[in-house]
Write a protein that binds this ligand. Sequence first.
Ligand code: ADP
Ligand code: MG
Length: 244
Amino acid sequence: MSYIINLPMGTLTLNETLRILSQAQKDGRKALLETEAKTICMEYDIPVTKFKLAGTATEAVKFADEIGYPVVLKIVSPEIIHKSDVGGVIVNLKNAKEVRNAYEQILENIEKHKVAARIVGMLVQEMAPPSTEVIVGAIKDPQFGPALMFGLGGVFVELLKDVTFRVAPISEQEAREMITEVKAYPLLKGYRNVPPADIDAIVKVLLSTSKLVMDHQEIKELDLNPVMVYAKGAKTVDARIILE
Ligand code: ADP
Ligand code: MG
């Protein structure tokens, strides 16, 4: 498998997944960078927000112009796993000036938190419109192997632990069951002025994630958190992959 596909964010050569995983292993890195995790997602047909890695504020502005406003700026560092905990994410940047300011602000925030982090650069990202957020995850159990997780984002997972699991690989039927069995499911069916979420799009993300973790058993944990779900389609705005 080595054909080239053209994507808005550049050229992706299959099989990028193998290249990224072996590079991380060579470097002795357990946590993939968001850029790497999202590139793997793209290869598995999991929709992600457009992104470009900038090395300077000027470059970030150039990429923001290319992607189109509003954009999100995020720190990229092998040592920073939870980016917003250290002020490493600023959303809804509407023009070049805001991008420049956010770039400096994030670097200041990181310094304030005194994290000894190597900074790879700043990720300029398409801003996904706010919507219902879901979490798709995978975790490798020493006994059962990879298992898939599903839940609704924010308080549902963090506070109420309203999540569901299935041992991978999952069938389409199982993916649909996972979605309907969480307590927060009614939120996906639409309410008041919120239209019903595209359940088929979530099913597709679950099935693709199942294939990904089955193909690459060196993945210990995977987190697509959050995935924005719309009336039509879904988009992963953050992806994290931890290796064994
Ligand atoms: P963390 O490493 O802290 O989990 P995230 O990349 O998930 O960082 O960013 C934190 C929050 O910012 C997300 O939960 C989401 O609400 C928002 N966010 C991040 N990226 C985007 C984006 N591209 N579009 C819209 N919202 C985003
Ligand atoms: Mg996140």
